[in-house]
Design a protein around this ligand. Structure first.
Ligand code: ADP
Length: 447
């Protein structure tokens, strides 16, 4: 419990409140006792002046201390004190408590008597002592001081109690979302990627919860992608592998001669496999954002010419005419030549594969603000509208059997899209069934 955040918060608050209350108590009671002491001194001064002046009046009147006892009693009663009046000869002339009879010698070295003079004549000394039981002036102040102290103590304890309770409740409320987050994070760490925390509000903890939820969602999505990828790859590898095994078993059982044709078929399947593996590797690099692009300013016309060059034999064989529509004055593009050549290669490969004998392929380029758009249009069979949104997905083929016959892996456009996006560009497709398709992508103009 000592390490729990809510406990530490509550403890800290409690200590702060305690220190505050104790400090206030100390200063207030200190101040009160100083004030009371001042008041006491003032009262004592006033009282002794009063007592002295009454005694003087009597002496003035009688010219002696004769019959002073009644004045002493009276004065002592009114001022709430004990008065012993000692004459000039050192004997008692009046005692408010009648303890010392008139004529007895009296000295009290422990108290400080008031000396009385009339001109140069020494009249005697007055011993005044407070009678606490009959302190008419100070008693209310002492009671007030005690009551203030009591109230301070009571109020302070009450404040500490309430504050402790409040901080306990508040700090528990503040820290319980953190506890929930920690629990969810632990579960996430143990592999339950569906963990989310439900927290509303706008504070830092709510922001933390949101960040946690979006991280968990990303992790779940990445995990889903990974599973799909593994399933897709297993599925794609299975066909060529079972073809190879089929051929080998047939040869072993003597059903097929291990002649040149059989070896060519085996070789084709093996080529398909290795192409698939290469493309997968490239795709996984592109998807992880780990492609190291070597940017250089490239001339667009030159780029297009070099990309279409290798397709000439197929174009001639398929009687497909190719037209280039690339203006000479285009600004150079800032690209990794090899990667964009690969994009063009993939798109052209599709165009060539899907354009029938006598068809046309047009490669065009045009400037668009800070971009250059390159497009490849063909007069091929086109792509059905329902397939268009999926055409850039991994392993997606419109016609599975035909694609396999043409050796397509269903990865060409996915890789092309990733490579174009790695350059900051976008790739789009327009197609009409029976009329043809147009693939276009943008590349950044060099600075
Ligand atoms: P593949 O390696 O199978 O060609 P792609 O990702 O390059 O894979 O293409 C996905 C699918 O898109 C292809 O199987 C094909 O059906 C369709 N496709 C791509 N380009 C064209 C095109 N120019 N004309 C018609 N269909 C196309």
């Amino acid at each position: 419990m000592i390490h729990r955040l809510w406990f530490r918060l509550a403890l800290t608050f409690a200590v702060i409140i305690l220190v505050t209350v104790v400090t206030i108590y100390f200063f207030v009671s200190q101040r009160i006792s100083v004030e009371i002491e001042d008041y006491k001194t003032m009262i004592a001064q006033y009282r002794s002046d009063q007592i002295r002046s009454r005694l003087y009046l009597h002496y003035w009147d009688k010219r002696s201390w004769e019959d002073v006892q009644s004045v002493v009693d009276d004065t002592a009663h009114v001022s709430g004190t004990r008065i012993i009046l000692v004459g000039a000869n050192g004997t008692v002339v009046g005692d408010s408590k009648d303890e010392f009879p008139v004529g007895t010698n009296y000295t009290d070295s422990s108290s400080d008597p008031l000396e009385m003079f009339l001109g140069a004549e020494f009249l005697g000394k007055v011993y005044i002592s407070s009678d606490p039981a009959a302190e008419p002036y100070i008693a209310p102040f002492l009671r007030l001081s005690a009551s203030i102290n009591r109230s301070l103590l009571l109020g302070g304890s009450l404040a500490i109690g309430i504050a402790l309770l409040l901080t306990l409740v508040l700090s528990r409320r503040m820290t319980s979302p953190i506890g929930a987050l920690a629990k969810a994070a632990r579960r996430l760490g143990h592999g339950d990627l569906s963990q989310r925390v439900r927290l509303q509000g706008e504070g830092e903890v709510a922001a933390l919860a949101q960040a946690f939820n979006s991280m968990a969602a990303d992790l779940e999505y990445a995990e889903q992608l990974r599973r799909n990828m593994v399933a897709d790859v297993a599925h794609e590898l299975r066909t060529p592998l079972s073809n190879i095994r089929g051929y080998l078993e047939a040869i072993r059982d003597g059903m097929i001669e291990p002649d040149a044709a059989a070896i060519r078929s085996l070789d084709e399947e093996a080529r398909l496999l290795s192409r698939l593996v290469n493309e997968l590797q490239e795709l996984s690099l592109a998807e992880a954002g780990e492609l190291k692009l070597v940017y250089q300013a490239e001339d667009v016309a030159n780029l297009v010419r070099q990309a279409v060059g290798p397709w000439q034999p197929q174009l001639i064989a398929g009687e497909i005419s190719l037209s280039l529509d690339v203006p000479d004055n285009l600004s150079p593009v800032n690209i990794d030549w090899q990667r964009i050549n690969q994009v063009l290669h993939n798109i052209l490969e599709n165009a060539v594969a899907h354009t029938p004998r006598g068809g046309t392929i047009n490669v065009a380029a045009s400037a668009k603000d800070k971009w250059v758009e390159i497009s490849v249009s063909d007069t091929g069979e086109g792509i059905p509208a329902e397939d268009l949104p999926h055409i850039f997905e991994r392993f997606y083929r419109v016609d599975k059997s035909r694609a396999r016959a043409t050796g397509g892996s269903g990865l060409g456009l996915t890789i092309a899209k990733r490579l174009v996006e790695a350059h900051g560009g976008t790739i789009t497709v327009q197609s009409k069934l029976g009329e043809g398709s147009r693939f276009s992508f943008t590349l950044p103009v060099g600075k």
